[in-house]
Design a protein around this ligand. Structure first.
Ligand SMILES: CC(=O)[C@@H](O)[C@H](O)COP(=O)(O)O
Length: 255
């Protein structure tokens, strides 16, 4: 059976989505119902804990696997504080660590991310660190107790696609944890490519939320993720440099 296990949960749908940037957040429920998406990340700073009316969580079904994220944290210490607050507020024990102090490209700080991962995994969190693709950092995150590794495809919100593809390929080959490609994926074909390479899942927010028709785009992403996974499991044929006839020529010229 083709299972994706993170923490102690089995996840069937390998498309994870973000909850930001939707013109109408009510569509998140429809997306989940029609695609079967199970995992949704939400920035804790967008959860209005004092106001139950104006709260993004109102649009996320109860059975969702919630992955609060530490967006807004600039240091490990801040990420740890946000994670503890998320858990204390009833958001569960999954946490996507985002530690970012670069305002232009929003690139994650791998060193601070490793520190936060070590602290939070020791506290029993299921830690999913968002990281700049790098083999040594990925190994350090594994050692620090991460449950999966989330390398970026391109800077958040750019829809530029799998710019870091070759390093992600190395992470997939060399890491034992699931690799979830997060950020920058702009089109279903790019999600498919990541899955075909062997990524365990992809996380997409901007490309769905800002599409002309977010529901239709989410369906397209969901199908692409499934197709990519199936292609990976089917083991693509070999690539060669020169043409090889598809039908045998044997016996043809001798007659
Ligand atoms: C919502 C979230 O966690 C984003 O920071 C995530 O990295 C997705 O990135 P895109 O918006 O580029 O899909």
């Amino acid at each position: 059976m083709d299972k994706l296990i993170i923490g102690d949960l089995e996840i069937r749908n390998r498309l994870f989505i973000g909850s930001g940037k939707f013109a109408n957040e009510a569509i998140i429920k429809d997306i989940m119902a029609e695609t079967g998406v199970e995992v949704v990340t939400v920035a804790l700073r967008r959860v209005d804990l004092k106001n139950s009316q104006n709260n993004v969580l109102n649009h996320i079904p109860k059975e969702t696997i919630l992955m609060p994220n530490t967006s807004g944290a600039r240091t490990a210490e801040e990420a740890v504080r946000i994670a503890r607050l998320a858990r204390a507020s009833g958001c569960g024990n999954w946490i996507k660590i985002e530690v970012i102090s670069d305002n232009k490209y929003l690139l994650p700080d791998n060193n601070e991310t490793i520190k936060a991962t070590e602290i939070l995994s020791a506290e029993g969190f299921v830690v999913l660190p968002y990281m700049h693709p790098d083999l040594y950092a990925a190994k350090a995150l594994e050692k620090a107790g991460a449950a999966a590794i989330m390398p970026l495809g391109a800077p958040i919100g750019t829809n530029r696609g799998l710019k870091t593809k070759e390093i992600i390929r190395i992470l997939i080959e060399e890491c034992t944890l699931p690799i979830i490609v997060d950020a920058g994926i702009g089109k279903p074909s790019e999600a498919l490519e990541a899955m075909e390479m062997g990524a365990a899942a992809v996380l997409v927010n901007t490309a769905i939320a800002t599409a002309g028709d977010p529901l239709l785009m989410a369906k397209a992403f969901s199908q692409a993720v499934q197709a990519g996974r199936q292609a990976f499991l089917a083991q693509p044929g070999q690539t060669v440099d020169y043409a090889r006839a598809s039908s045998p020529l044997t016996g043809f010229l001798q007659d």
